[in-house]
Design a protein around this ligand. Sequence first.
Ligand SMILES: CC(C)(COP(=O)(O)OP(=O)(O)OC[C@H]1O[C@@H](n2cnc3c(N)ncnc32)[C@H](O)[C@@H]1OP(=O)(O)O)[C@@H](O)C(=O)NCCC(=O)NCCS
Length: 170
Amino acid sequence: MNDNDRSKLTRSRPVRESISEMTEIVLPNDANPLNALLGGRLMHWIDLAGAMAAHRHSRTYVVTASIDHLDFLVPVRVGDFVILRSSVNRVFRTSMEVGVKVWVENYRSDQHLHVSSAYLTFVAIDAAGNKVVVPPVVPETEEEQRRYEGAARRREIRRAERARRMEVRA
Ligand SMILES: CC(C)(COP(=O)(O)OP(=O)(O)OC[C@H]1O[C@@H](n2cnc3c(N)ncnc32)[C@H](O)[C@@H]1OP(=O)(O)O)[C@@H](O)C(=O)NCCC(=O)NCCS
């Protein structure tokens, strides 16, 4: 890769370049005996959808460092579509916060409901597993600006909670 190609990869990018969407159809293997989607399966899809946005923004490998609190607001049934939309909210140094919003769509009843929202932190790494600095993300819309500002507050909360957990463990 020449210097020109490298600088294209390390430039700052608007949030919109990281936006990713993933759709899954819920199959019996994703569900419990009552035909409701397993929470763990949805967490897996949230992780994947979040990683897509993180990869698109950072143009490198990433690992999931943390997932914030998750609520499952409505049940999802076998046969429903699950739609996950993700984007990078903010970059710190080697880490970035990604937001993932999940909807369920039932094509028979024409219902479209919000299922869950999650914030994930991904850390960028190279092929050898070393952390790498991520280029800044540029919010362009009011909504993106709101998420960008919220991400800084959430990072402080995460840090404080992490420090508290370390104290408890020591
Ligand atoms: C996440 C990981 C790379 C952090 O490595 P580390 O050497 O402890 O990291 P540092 O303390 O130097 O922090 C690196 C960055 O990660 C962030 N970070 C570390 N732990 C974090 C956590 N639990 N939640 C959110 N951010 C975290 C730091 O704030 C820092 O961000 P910045 O560079 O943007 O300021 C490391 O703990 C790891 O590899 N964990 C396993 C990840 C994994 O395998 N995930 C898949 C699920 S098993």
